[in-house]
Structures are given as C-alpha cells and as structure tokens.
Design a protein around this ligand. Sequence first.
Ligand SMILES: [Ca+2]
Length: 256
Amino acid sequence: MKGNLLKKVISCVLGATMVTSMFVTGFSFASAEVGYINLDRTDFKITVPSAYGSNPSTYMPDGNKSTIWETDWSQGSTQLPAEILVDMGEVKENVSRVIYTPRQTDVNGKIKDYKVYAGETTEDMQLVSEGSWDWGSTNTEIAAKIDDAYADFDIPVNARYIKILVESATTKPPDPNQTITCAELNIAVEGEVEPPVPDGKIPQNEMSVEYVVSQYGGSPAKKCLTETRAPGGNLTGAPVQLILNRAITLLLIWVK
Ligand SMILES: [Ca+2]
C-alpha cells in the first residue's frame, strides 16, 4: 500500500513535470534560427513579356505547381533576354531570395542563366543575384528535374520590385521555338524561423531511452521508440525518461 502511495506521489510529481516538458517540446523546442520566409503573394502583380492564352502570369503565384505561366509560343520564339517584373505592392524588408519552381512536366522554357535586380522603385534597381540553373541537356533529363531553384541575394535588401532578367532558357529540340515557363514564383525575406520538425514529431532515431525505474526483460523501455510506440503492459507504472537530442528532456509516464 505504501508502495502504491509512493508510486502515485512520484507519478504526480513526474506528471506535473511532464506537462511542463510537453509545453517546452511543443512551443520552445529549440531557439529560433535565421532562415527564409516566403512572402504572402496576394498583392503581387507580375509583368511578363507575353503569355499564352490558357497559361497566364497569374498561374505563377497560385500555389499550384501543376499550373504554369508560359510566354506566347503561338507567336513564335520569345526574344531573350526578357524580363519578369514582380511588384510586391509595398516595400518589404530583408528580401533575400527568389524561388523558381519549374514546370513539373515537359521541357520547354525552364530558366537557365538569370540576373535578379531589386529596388524600392523601378528606377533604383540594383543587381542582387546572378547565376545559372542546370536542368541537364537531354529532353529526358530536363523533364525529370522538377525541384525548386534558388537565387540567393548577395545581401538582404529592402525592395518593392524584383526583376528577373532571363538570359537563357531550355528548348525542346527539334521544336525551334524559345519560350519561358514558370510553375511557381516565390520571394523570401530573411528572418527568424523555427527549425522544422517533420510531421510535428521528433524523429525516433533522434531519441534514446535514458532512465527506467523498472522494465520487464521481454519489454525493455527501448521498445517505446519502435514504430508501434507500444511500451507494452509490462511497463505499466514505470516512469520512462526519454532524453531527446537537441538537449530537450521529455518525460513519459505510464500509470494504471
Ligand atoms: Ca502555378
């Protein structure tokens, strides 16, 4: 009886600790770090050289990778270099990256050589990034590369306007027409972000069992780190302390 009472007292103390620890895990898991934050694109206005009828420029900020903007290939080749001008609606601070999501199927018009300019007005734009995105050389290679491409600025800038000067883009031999295409265009600012936690859970391979009051041989505490997450009935009443990496302690208690 005394043993049960003691167990309940310990459980209550640890239970209170658990509440605190769970709070820490959920809301202060790790200190914020500097990273990229994509801007809300609701007020973006994007000016382009031309647009094919069924693939307008509004498809670049629509959040759908399967919809693309493309220049009007029905009128022949797009002359390069060509400009994409983004008006973000107001001056944004610490603008530092352009994220280009290429078309997710087919080959034509993926931006290769580029320059990015930024400014608070269209008259004061400065070169902030230049480079070349590599999509491979064959039609098969180019079609297969669908990951986002980044243009990181030399330093963060305050800007309302972002101009992407497209100097070259993929073609689809033997189709001679040059186009420019884009599935999604995002612009990011630099700021404090929380480190990502996949699926909102701490990966089990980043945890280890540090301390167990008691455990049955056939159901060791480490089983609570298996995919089933089942500690087993034999762990009933055994406080289990999991030490997570990142220097955070989480207490899990099984009490019946
Ligand atoms: Ca889209």
